[in-house]
Design a protein around this ligand. Structure first.
Ligand SMILES: Nc1ncnc2c1ncn2[C@@H]1O[C@H](COP(=O)(O)OP(=O)(O)OP(=O)(O)O)[C@@H](O)[C@H]1O
Ligand SMILES: [Mg+2]
Length: 503
């Protein structure tokens, strides 16, 4: 009998018992029952305060806080641990989302305090927040602020982006505008914006891409900064370069990155300057406003719009009234024949040149279109690029995509195309024939213009100059050489303006 009082034996029995209790609690689910009892027991020692968030106010106005709380609660992981909850299909076909059930209670932790919410469904739907009185003063305000922030972020992520296009009442060009959703008092029609382009899918110099991304990121956070400077919180970009170099895809990537709607202004459908103003007035914040091929429009014969109408659209007084949190993007094939007033410093914040394909862009395309990181034909391709031959990324990706079943054949086709093109870039007709009607080169003029830019001798120098990198470098080297205009540029995160201004 004395052996039972041996301390080692006692310790052994205690450990085994604890182990068995643990197994019993966790394997059977008794742990949940115990937790529940424990919480009920704890509740007896606390005083609680309740806050109601009704769906509607007394005047039957929608309570925005109710919507935000709902978004927030449905995103909590603790909803998965509830005794029961609703399952719904999400926006994507394979997505399943959790949703609170009527009268369901859900718990949350904030700054070390435990709070709970009841999804009350009576005559008026209400969320009831239960907070310990001892914690109320410390956590209530920051907790509600936290709910605001989280729900705003979630809304931004889940937002279904839309593409808005401007219409004329008497549209008779075959575009069935009646099937599109009306927006902005009927001047705009919209469709879901589902363009898959992202910054990852665009073949572009990495440094430049990162600069654009960080420019956009700092723009998103810069509301106070812009206001302190007395500037409207907007940013404008000029994307220019030969056809098929990714300008339109880049606009889509920007919109996807920012999670902004796109307003695509078709100037040929605008009948007067005041029409253009009305269009601008009816855009919403958090949007990218795009005018494509501005050079073509300005050098065209349209009499409906004046140059000053376009300039006012870009940065007129109207912008300061209703132009918060918007990004404007203009695309052009060339700046050459554009009125200098459009290009004057300060009119458009950032100028980005889109060059023809170089070897580095080629490798990005080979990776994305063919899944090739390296290939024995790459050195040959590199040599051809070094000799000055170039096609647009659109032309090269088209050749790769149509031969995607055989990467070697795809590369050989690209090599032949580059060799045929040579360093003259003059045979636009050939390329057009090679690529069929979809060939993206638009005119022989454009090709000769670009061959000048990328002549064999000064490719690298011109390339860097066009990206404005030389200027950025010199800024870094000589901060003391501040001219008035340089000072102005420093107020911007960066400026990729190139061409004459840099010379
Ligand atoms: N830099 C690039 N990276 C990846 N794909 C590209 C790039 N440039 C063009 N492409 C591809 O080529 C096609 C045409 O590109 P996009 O329409 O963006 O060119 P663009 O510069 O707007 O031409 P345009 O001046 O004729 O309007 C798209 O399918 C796009 O995916
Ligand atoms: Mg385009």
């Amino acid at each position: 009998m004395a052996i039972l009082w041996n301390p080692l034996i006692i310790l052994f029995i205690v450990l085994v018992s604890l182990f068995l209790i643990r197994v019993l609690l966790f394997k059977t689910g008794l742990i949940y029952v115990t937790n529940k009892w424990w919480r009920r027991f704890e509740d007896y020692f606390h005083v609680y305060q309740f806050f109601k968030v009704p769906e509607f106010s007394d005047g039957m106005q929608h309570n925005q806080l109710y919507r935000k709380v709902s978004i927030y609660l449905n995103s909590l992981t603790s909803i998965e641990d509830s005794d029961f909850t609703n399952l719904f299909t999400g926006k994507k076909s394979n997505e399943i989302v959790l949703g609170l059930d009527p009268n369901q209670v859900i718990e949350d932790d904030f700054l070390g305090a435990k709070v709970s919410w009841i999804n009350e469904r009576k005559s008026c739907n209400t969320f009831v927040l239960k907070v310990r009185k001892a914690d109320k003063r410390r956590i209530l305000r920051p907790y509600l602020q936290h709910i605001h922030t989280v729900s705003d972020e979630l809304e931004q992520i889940r937002k279904n982006l839309r593409l808005h296009i401007n219409v004329k009442d008497d549209d008779d060009d075959g575009c069935d505008v009646d099937n599109l959703e009306k927006s902005g008092n009927g001047l705009w029609r919209s469709v879901p914006f589902t363009h898959p382009s992202t910054f990852d899918t665009i073949a572009m110099e990495t440094d430049l891409k990162n600069r654009v991304k960080s420019d956009l990121e700092s723009f998103l956070k810069a509301k106070q900064y812009y206001h302190r400077l007395g500037r409207v919180w907007k940013r404008s970009f000029l994307l220019y370069g030969p056809s098929g170099t990714g300008k339109s895809s880049f606009v889509a990537a920007m919109a996807n990155f920012l999670c902004y709607d796109v307003y695509d202004v078709d100037l040929s459908r605008v009948s007067s300057d005041s029409d253009l103003k009305m269009l601008l007035l009816q855009t919403t914040s958090k949007s990218v406003i795009v005018i494509e091929d501005l050079d073509r429009f300005l050098t065209g014969k349209s009499t409906a719009l004046s140059l000053s109408g376009v300039l006012n659209f870009m940065d007129g007084i109207l912008n300061s009234c209703c132009f918060e949190e918007r990004v404007m993007v203009f695309t052009m094939n060339s700046k050459d024949h554009v009125d200098p007033a459009i290009l004057r410093p300060g009119r458009i914040d950032v100028h980005i040149f889109f060059p023809l394909c170089d070897f580095s862009a080629f490798k990005t395309l080979a990776n994305s279109c063919l899944g090739l990181k390296d290939h024995k034909l790459f050195p040959q391709v590199e040599e051809i690029f070094q000799n000055g031959a170039s096609l647009s990324p659109a032309e090269i990706s088209e050749l790769m995509i149509s031969n995607r079943n055989s990467p070697s054949r795809a590369l050989k086709t690209v090599i032949t195309a580059l060799q045929t093109d040579g360093d003259g870039r003059g045979s636009a007709a050939n390329i057009g024939r090679r690529l069929g009607d979809g060939g993206s080169r638009k005119s022989i003029d454009e090709s000769s213009e670009t061959s000048g830019m990328f002549s064999r001798d000064n490719t690298v120098k011109e390339f860097r100059k066009l990206y404005g990198l030389l200027r950025l470098k010199s800024h870094r080297k000589s901060p003391s050489s501040d001219s008035a205009s340089e000072q102005k540029d420093k107020s911007q995160p960066f400026d990729l303006a190139s061409g004459q201004r840099d010379d």
